[in-house]
Design a protein around this ligand. Structure first.
Ligand SMILES: [Zn+2]
Length: 236
């Protein structure tokens, strides 16, 4: 176990290797992000041509984990008008593997389309797979869901909270682009609150619903019921 050099009360850091060797079964671990220094640093950027627009892709490196977080942006974000924004947490299965278990892939595509339509905006692509529990534990949670648990119960059976994401990460990215006021594409009231708690102004919440399919209908229902997402309630 590798202690954080300057731990605050109740916070500690365990390396991935330590987890795999000492606690592989439960996979229970915690990260503390209460750093007194900057969490992320800007590294570099490039063009990102897509079917919808020629975006700019900027990469930031998280000091604590060495994870790369991304900003996909379009237009001049430094002007005073509120910025059309999406906070998108990485979902390898949904974003890249076409999984129908969740709504992440279509939500990402819809956000890119909306920003392209308006000609200005940004997606913060946060490497917080599985609402922050990582890919291995997300697949463990899917295994439990295959046996009847819902998405919240599965996370809790693995020893995690229903949502382990840390939105402190977004501050260095928003500050880099000088974004202060935001029109947020989300169904998740926690994201609006997270931004407001960080001191940003959310002038508008733009609903970001995706048509359910037979595989994600129950998942979306659970998100509405247990995580307070603003979703049309499909039949349970
Ligand atoms: Zn997903």
């Amino acid at each position: 176990m590798e202690k954080h050099p300057e731990p605050l009360s109740g916070c500690f850091f365990i390396s991935h290797n330590a987890i795999l060797s000492s606690n592989q079964e439960s996979g229970v671990f915690s990260f503390c992000f209460h750093w007194t220094t900057v969490l992320l640093n800007y590294v570099t950027s490039s063009r990102l041509p897509t079917p919808w627009a020629n975006f700019t892709l900027s990469v930031f490196l998280e000091k604590a984990t060495q994870k790369e977080h991304l900003v996909i942006s379009l237009g001049d974000l430094s002007t005073p008008e509120p910025v059309l924004l999406r906070l998108h947490s990485e979902c390898l299965t949904g974003d890249a593997l076409f999984s129908l278990r969740c709504d992440c892939g279509p939500q990402l595509e819809k956000a890119l389309q909306r920003i392209a339509d308006e000609g200005r905006g940004a997606i913060l692509y946060l490497r917080q797979e599985g609402r922050g529990i990582g890919l291995i534990n997300k697949i463990r949670a899917y295994h439990l869901q295959d046996q009847g648990a819902d998405t919240v119960e599965a996370n809790e059976q693995l020893g995690f909270h229903a949502d382990e994401r840390n939105y402190e990460l977004i501050r260095p990215m928003l500050d880099y682009f000088n974004i202060k006021t935001i029109r947020l594409m989300t169904n998740n009231p926690r994201k609006v609150k997270a931004l407001e708690d960080l001191g940003y102004t959310v002038t508008e919440r733009i609903e970001h619903r995706i048509e359910p399919n037979p595989y994600n209908r129950y998942y979306l229902h659970t998100k509405a019921l247990k995580l307070g997402h603003f979703l049309d309630e499909p039949e349970a």
